[in-house]
Design a protein around this ligand. Structure first.
Ligand code: CTP
Ligand code: CA
Length: 227
């Protein structure tokens, strides 16, 4: 692998990225999940690699194999949390683009659940998964931590609350649920909310271009100030 770029803005930086939605087993053949495709996470991985970074991706979707990233495969939120906890101490930047399932079935069945004759409904008890970003607070040193807020309403208010609650340096307020941007499509848009209160709007574009804009913003607005 030969980097064909002169952009070395992230040279020497160890960048950890999470990508894709997690899946929580209901039984051996069914799961609870979401529409996250991992495209934004992998676009960030490419952008970081082309900016000279050493890239590790914790991914719930297959690796595209077009950049030499270290890949850790995960399925559940618990596995994602364990991998992030293990790799975060040896990282300089974390981009948390994954969409972890917030809840998991309390008692996943060992065997495939069968419908009963005449059964009209079924109930599933879910228990809350840990908040991975919030759980990193005790391990935080100088790492730059970037989160994504997936919202269908009150985008900026909800994103701002998450920026503070999760102690982030930057959150990407990301409208989801539409057909032109967000989960499982090739385009995205959003607003960058920085911890210092400044904002930057990212208009609708490909996830690749948006990832490059996010990496550039992190470099100029946060990283350069610390070097
Ligand atoms: N996140 C996390 N651990 C979770 C859930 C989310 O670390 N258990 C991270 C996501 O990867 C993302 C950010 O937190 O970077 C915001 O995720 P989002 O789903 O938008 O927010 P939640 O805090 O889960 O709140 P809600 O889904 O209720 O809006
Ligand atoms: Ca969530």
């Amino acid at each position: 692998w030969q980097r064909q770029t002169t952009d070395q803005t992230l040279a020497g930086q160890r960048v950890l990225i999470t990508a894709g939605g997690t899946r929580e087993a209901i039984d051996p053949v069914r799961f609870i999940g979401n529409h996250s495709s991992g495209k934004m996470g992998w676009a960030l991985a490419r952008a970081a690699y082309w900016a000279g970074a050493e890239v590790t991706v914790i991914s719930s979707v297959p690796a595209p194999m077009d950049i030499p990233a270290k890949v850790v495969a995960v399925t559940t939120t618990a596995e994602l949390q364990a991998a992030v906890q293990r790799l975060f101490p040896q990282s300089d930047l974390l981009f948390m683009a994954a969409a972890p399932a917030d809840f998991r079935p309390a008692h996943p069945a060992t065997n495939k659940i069968k419908k009963q004759p005449g059964q009209a409904e079924m109930q599933l008890t879910l228990v809350k998964n840990p908040d991975i970003l919030a759980s990193l607070k005790p391990q935080r040193r100088q790492q730059i931590v970037v989160g994504f807020a997936a919202e269908t309403q009150q985008l900026l208010t909800n994103a701002q609350a998450k920026l503070q609650a999760k102690d982030l340096d930057l959150i990407v307020a990301n409208p989801v649920g539409g057909t032109d941007s967000g989960f499982d499509v090739d385009q995205n848009q959003g607003t960058l909310l920085f911890a210092d209160g400044s904002q930057q709007t990212l208009p609708l574009t490909s996830k690749e271009v948006m990832a490059q804009a996010i990496v550039a913003a992190v470099t100029t607005k946060i990283l350069d100030g610390r070097r």
